[in-house]
Design a protein around this ligand. Sequence first.
Ligand SMILES: Cc1cc2nc3c(=O)[nH]c(=O)nc-3n(C[C@H](O)[C@H](O)[C@H](O)COP(=O)(O)O)c2cc1C
Length: 398
Amino acid sequence: MKFGFDELFFSRTDSRGKIKSGNTVFQRVSQYSWDELLGKPHNTIRHKDMPRGVFWLLWDQIRKGLPIGAYVKNSSKNGQYYWVYAIVTPIENGYLSVRLKPSSAVFEGAQEQYQALLQAESDGDLTPAKSAEILLASLNRLGFRNYQSFMTQGLISEILARDRMLSVETLSTVRFFHELLLESGKLLETATRVTETYHSFRFVPLNLIIQAGQLGNTGAAIGTISNNYSLLAEEIRLGLDGFFEAAKKVSDTICEGAFLLSTSIIQQEIAEVFAGEAKTSEIDHACEMAHLDRQRGLYAARAVENLVNIQRELEEFARGAAEIKRLTLGLAAIRIMGKVEAGRLANSVLNDLITDLETFQQTLSTGMTEILSLNSALWQHTGQLLDAYGDDTKVAAA
Ligand SMILES: Cc1cc2nc3c(=O)[nH]c(=O)nc-3n(C[C@H](O)[C@H](O)[C@H](O)COP(=O)(O)O)c2cc1C
């Protein structure tokens, strides 16, 4: 069923998913008359190729009062199909779904995942909840940390792809959020690498202490040095746990912000589209317009609030990173003392252990330098985003 990249459509339901209203594109694409749509459950347009796990996730989110984005294949009355990227949000006494035509690489990946999931559902007689679990696991394997990360990257990619199709310049806020998503992904990767390095070297200081003990009095100095190293390494471990959590928070908040902002942009556009559509007797135009306007305002305000949260999370994260960097420098000083002492004792086992410490130190130090530079890039882009946000909202308000 045909609809263009320039067309957006929406439907609004009650709290059980019965269709209350929509716009003319929604009705046209479905090929049902308004009489056949209004008051009917939304599964009227369900396509048999849609895995049940996707709808389970959708309802699970919206019943919690949370927004969700999902790729959905629908069926029109004469049996043709059409794909949409739908943003479903809770609204007064029900839910609102705004849809756009998808075409990005994320969409291609989603279609493959759905096919595999549909097969798994028919092979395994899965419950919808189990099917949703399998979908999350396969998204994980594709590199998406959770469903939120998948739906956000999907939405941003669809907006970028759609703007390209329509030869429209993408709003700078969307472009900056796209950058932020990429950078926060790298930040998490580096934070994971640094944390894993710590774990793979965690027994070295202990082995040094054991070696020093075996050397008796001659090993006393190296024993003390190793003890100090162990204590500092333990402090780093505690710091790294908090630091990793902070990196995840930064990433989650950026993801949430990107979704809220993109949602508010699409909601803004559907309000404009609907305002320009011919009125039909079946739909109370003024009432729908008020719903769309409220929703657009709500999500724009949430997006602004989120920017402030991102800055707070980044500050917290930068503090943790600076503290680890400081502890790493202390570690370097102790390690040098150990190296001198091991050299004096000319003990090859000690020397090997000190070399391990050097590798550990080096990886930690390089990782922290990368993290601090990513952090400052994130700072810079958040600042640009705040400026751009002011500009884009001025455009939207004009
Ligand atoms: C606002 C809103 C919009 C929805 N849009 C669609 C849609 O476009 N296509 C669809 O198949 N299901 C849609 N659903 C989900 C349906 O309510 C239903 O869960 C789904 O069609 C699966 O139906 P089934 O459980 O009877 O198989 C929507 C739900 C809500 C709340």
